[in-house]
Design a binder for this molecule. Structure first.
Ligand code: WQD
Length: 345
């Protein structure tokens, strides 16, 4: 059975990807220092898959500790590198924290992959590398613009590091997966996104609906879009997860044209903030308490993906609808509230 190391395996996208990897016959180990991730994800994974996934509680900025994982697991055939800080706002206020964590961890993972002959590395990148693209939808050839935040810049730098690494290590494959807006939760609602004070739209909606927040704000309604609110490409986290499984298999099977390929992972559909609220109200049957306020600095007006390349080369399809995104996110929020009440009693 092919063994895969998932860094950030106790995080949102990492945990969902582990479920898809296991469902497709892979053996998985996780490394997560639990600074942002939660062991609750591993118990959810066990409930869903019946498998106990081992997590190494290691900070990937520590090379020796990271190397220990590769020494103890000489049969690792691939690494999916999710572990990184990802808050845009936090990165603006604390750039050095982001450069140190997001870049040092990647460099150490690549060093260990090289020194232990792990030939396949998937890098978790982001649509934020495109910045404010002129032409929509964006495809993988769209030139990268000046990033809107230090977080986005760490993703651009990470991609460049993977390109330079694979250029001088021809036997190795790296793959850059650019996510658009990952949203939703596993259909069982046993795992999902855990954020105390989220900035992202969907957890803000569900926290407002469940009463954790009194009201949410729509950041701007005067944009040049069909209803004045920003447009994004929201994609179910399980669709993102399946793309990782396919990307790994694609490299292990030796199908990649070059040893560093880029893929957009988006639904290909642009949706406005107000349309997201309408979808939530429809599936939850609840009226959301929101008001329209000022624009949020750093927001791009619209971005959504041309996902043709991932469809044709990885055989990947988006299976989940927007309503299923909202339904799963809402059930996860309700599940979290239920579990916190059980703990209180
Ligand atoms: C979406 C839209 C907001 C909250 C970020 C990162 C990106 C990626 C995905 C990692 C915007 C609006 C939001 C609210 C609102 N992360 N909004 N009220 O900014 O598109 O992308 O997450 O890869 O790198 O930048 O996502 O969910 O924060 O915002 O009106 O309370 O919802 O203005 O138009 P974003 P988001």
């Amino acid at each position: 059975m092919k063994k895969i190391l998932v860094t950030g395996g106790c995080g949102y996208i990492g945990a969902h990807t582990i479920i898809d990897l296991i469902a497709n016959g892979f053996e998985v180990i996780s490394v997560d220092d639990l600074s942002r991730g939660s062991l609750r994800m591993l118990s959810g994974i066990e409930k869903i898959t019946g498998k106990k996934v081992k997590n190494y509680k290691v900070n990937l900025c520590n090379l020796d500790d990271t190397e220990t994982i590769f020494i103890e697991n000489p049969d690792i055939q691939g690494v999916i590198h999710f572990a990184a800080y990802k808050s845009v706002g936090e990165s603006v206020n604390e750039p050095l924290k982001y450069y140190n964590n997001n870049i040092s961890s990647l460099v150490n993972v690549l060093k260990c992959a090289r020194d232990h002959n792990v030939l396949n590395v998937v890098f978790s990148s982001s649509c934020s590398v495109y910045g404010n693209a002129e032409k929509l939808p964006v495809d993988e050839q769209t030139p990268l613009k000046e990033p809107e935040s230090p977080y986005a810049r760490t993703k651009q730098m990470g991609e460049a590091i993977c390109v330079d690494f694979s250029r001088v290590n021809q036997a190795f494959n790296t793959m850059l997966l650019r996510y658009f807006n990952p949203v939703g939760a596993h259909p069982t609602a046993y795992i999902g996104e855990i954020q105390e004070k989220p900035e992202n739209l969907v957890p803000v909606i569900t926290q407002t609906a469940i009463g954790k927040r009194p009201q949410m704000q729509v950041f701007g309604s005067d944009y040049p879009t069909r209803d004045g609110s920003c447009v994004r490409d929201y994609i179910h986290v399980m669709d993102i997860a399946n793309a990782h499984t396919r990307a790994l298999q694609y490299m292990i099977d030796g199908n990649n044209d070059s040893n560093c390929e880029v893929f957009n992972l988006g639904s290909g559909v642009g949706v406005t903030v107000l349309e997201m609220i309408q979808s939530f109200e429809k599936v939850s049957g609840k009226k959301l308490n929101y008001k329209v306020g000022d624009r949020r600095p750093g927001d791009v007006v619209a971005v959504y993906a041309d996902n043709t390349k991932a469809k044709t080369k990885l055989g990947w399809e988006c299976k989940y609808t927007l309503d299923q995104v909202m339904d799963s996110a809402w059930r996860w929020e309700q599940n979290m509230q239920h579990e916190s009440q059980v703990h209180l009693n």
